[in-house]
Design a protein around this ligand. Structure first.
Ligand SMILES: NC(=O)c1ccc[n+]([C@@H]2O[C@H](COP(=O)([O-])OP(=O)(O)OC[C@H]3O[C@@H](n4cnc5c(N)ncnc54)[C@H](O)[C@@H]3O)[C@@H](O)[C@H]2O)c1
Length: 369
C-alpha cells in the first residue's frame, strides 16, 4: 500500500520499552514521526528526545494533549498508570497504543471499554507477537481449513530474571505491576496462542513463588480447554536459566511450532505434516515476505488499518479475552478450583485485583506511593 499521510505520534514514558517504539517509528519514517516525548523524569525525557531527534518534551500527558495535534499516543509507562493515560488520550480524541498489560484488572478493562464507547476512540494494546508473518499466515491457513482442527497445544515462557531485576520499585508487586510472569511476561506467548485458538472455555492453574524477592508469583502453570475442544498447557516462569519462548500446536493435519526468545522470524517456525498431508508444506512455504514479530510489524498494521478507515488490532475485545485468561489463572491458582470463561463477574474479588486478596504467601516488598 502506498502511504497517503504521515501520522503524528507521541511517546509517554521514555524508559526501556520506549526505545523499541521510537526505533519502530524510525523504521516507518515515511509513515509516521514522533513529535513529542513525555516523562515525569525530565532528564530521561530530554536524553530520549535527543537520542531519537524528538523536537518537544513534556512532563505530563495533560500538557501533551493540550498542546499537540496527535494521531497516536504510545503508552510506555509502568502498568499502574496505563488506564488513566489511555482514558485521557481517548477523551482528547487520540488513539492510545498501550503497552502490555493494558490495565491492572478486569474492572479497569471495562472502564477502558466504557470510555472507548463514549468517545468512539479505540484503545489498542501492544501484543507484537501476533504480527510476525508466520503467525498471520498460521491464522489465515487455519481459517482456510489447511491444518484441520487444533487438538492439543503447549505454550511455554521459560525466562530468567535475577533478584536485581526486581530492584525497580514497580516490579514484582500486585498493586503496581498487577502480577508476575503470568501478567507481565508469559502474556505475550499465550496471547499468541489465544489469537490462534480463539475463545477459551476453562482454566485450572497453580502459581508459586519459588525463589524471587517478589510479592507476585514467579511461576505459574495452567491447563486450558478451548471452546472448540482443543486442550493446552501453559507455563510462565522467571526462574529458568536456559530461556526459551515456545509454542507448539498439534492440528489434525500437522504440528506447527515456534521457538524463539523475544521475537521470531519465519525461520523459527517448523511445520511437520501428518503422512498424506504433505500439501500443507506447499501452503506454508508460499514465498511470502518474512516479517519479524515486533513493534514495527504491529505499528505498520495499525497504520494500514487507520489509513483504510478500519479498527486496528489489538482492540479491547481481544485484549480483554487475554486479560480474563490472566485473571482466571490467578483465580484458579489461589482458590484451588477450575474457572470458566465469563465466571469472574464485576463483583468477583479477582475482577478488581489480580491477587483476589487470596495470595497464600506473605508480601516481601514495602508499599510504594
Ligand atoms: N511489549 C514488550 O515486549 C515489553 C517489554 C518490556 C516492557 N513492556 C511494558 O512496557 C511498560 C514500561 O516498561 P519499561 O520496562 O519500559 O519501564 P521503565 O521503568 O524502564 O520506564 C517507564 C518510564 O515511565 C516513566 N513514567 C512513570 N510514570 C509516568 C507518568 N505518569 N507519565 C509519564 N512518564 C511516566 C518513568 O519515569 C520511566 O522513565 C510496562 O507496562 C511493561 O510491562 C513491554
Amino acid at each position: 500500500m502506498t502511504p497517503s499521510r504521515q501520522f503524528r505520534t507521541a511517546i509517554v514514558g521514555t524508559g526501556a520499552i520506549a526505545h523499541a517504539h521510537a526505533t519502530a517509528i524510525a523504521e516507518l519514517a515515511d509513515r509516521a514521526r514522533v513529535v513529542a516525548a513525555v516523562d515525569v523524569d525530565p532528564h530521561r525525557a530530554s536524553a530520549f528526545a535527543e537520542q531519537f531527534g524528538v523536537p518537544t518534551t513534556y512532563a505530563g500527558v495533560e500538557e501533551l494533549l493540550a498542546n499537540e495535534q496527535l494521531d497516536l499516543v504510545h503508552v510506555c509507562t509502568p502498568p499502574k498508570t496505563h488506564v488513566p493515560i489511555a482514558v485521557a488520550a481517548m477523551q482528547a480524541g487520540v488513539v492510545p497504543l498501550v503497552e502490555k498489560p493494558p490495565a491492572l484488572t478486569l474492572v479497569e478493562m471495562d472502564r477502558l471499554a466504557e470510555v472507548s464507547a463514549l468517545t468512539g476512540v479505540p484503545s489498542l494494546t501492544v501484543f507484537q507477537h501476533r504480527f510476525g508473518s508466520a503467525a498471520v499466515k498460521l491464522r489465515r491457513l487455519l481459517r482456510e481449513g489447511v491444518f484441520g482442527r487444533p487438538l492439543v497445544a503447549t505454550c511455554e515462557t521459560l525466562w530468567f530474571r535475577d533478584d536485581a531485576y526486581f530492584d525497580v520499585p514497580w516490579r514484582g508487586r500486585w498493586d503496581v505491576e498487577g502480577g508476575g510472569p503470568t501478567m507481565g511476561h508469559g502474556i505475550h506467548q499465550f496471547d499468541l496462542l489465544l489469537s490462534v485458538l480463539g475463545d477459551w472455555d476453562e482454566v485450572t492453574a497453580m502459581a508459586a513463588r519459588q525463589s524471587r524477592p517478589t510479592d507476585t508469583e514467579d511461576v505459574s502453570l495452567a491447563l486450558v480447554r478451548f471452546a472448540d475442544g482443543a486442550v493446552a498447557s501453559v507455563i510462565n516462569s522467571l526462574v529458568s536459566p536456559r530461556e526459551v519462548s515456545r509454542l507448539r500446536i498439534d492440528f489434525e493435519h500437522a504440528t506447527v511450532e515456534v521457538e524463539h526468545l523475544y521475537g521470531y522470524r519465519d525461520e523459527h517456525w517448523r511445520v511437520t505434516p501428518v503422512p498424506g498431508h504433505e500439501h500443507v508444506l506447499d501452503r506454508w512455504n508460499d514465498g511470502s515476505p518474512d516479517v519479524e514479530s515486533g513493534h514495527t510489524a504491529q505499528l505498520a498494521a495499525i497504520f494500514d488499518a487507520l489509513e483504510a478507515g478500519e479498527r486496528p488490532e489489538v482492540g479491547l475485545d481481544e485484549a480483554r479475552r487475554t486479560m480474563e485468561f490472566v485473571a482466571a489463572i490467578y483465580a484458579s491458582a489461589f482458590r484451588g478450583s477450575r474457572v470458566r470463561s465469563g465466571e469472574l463477574g464485576p463483583d468477583d474479588p479477582f475482577a478488581s485485583r489480580m491477587d483476589g486478596g487470596a495470595v497464600p504467601w506473605a508480601p516481601v516488598k514495602e508499599p510504594v506511593s
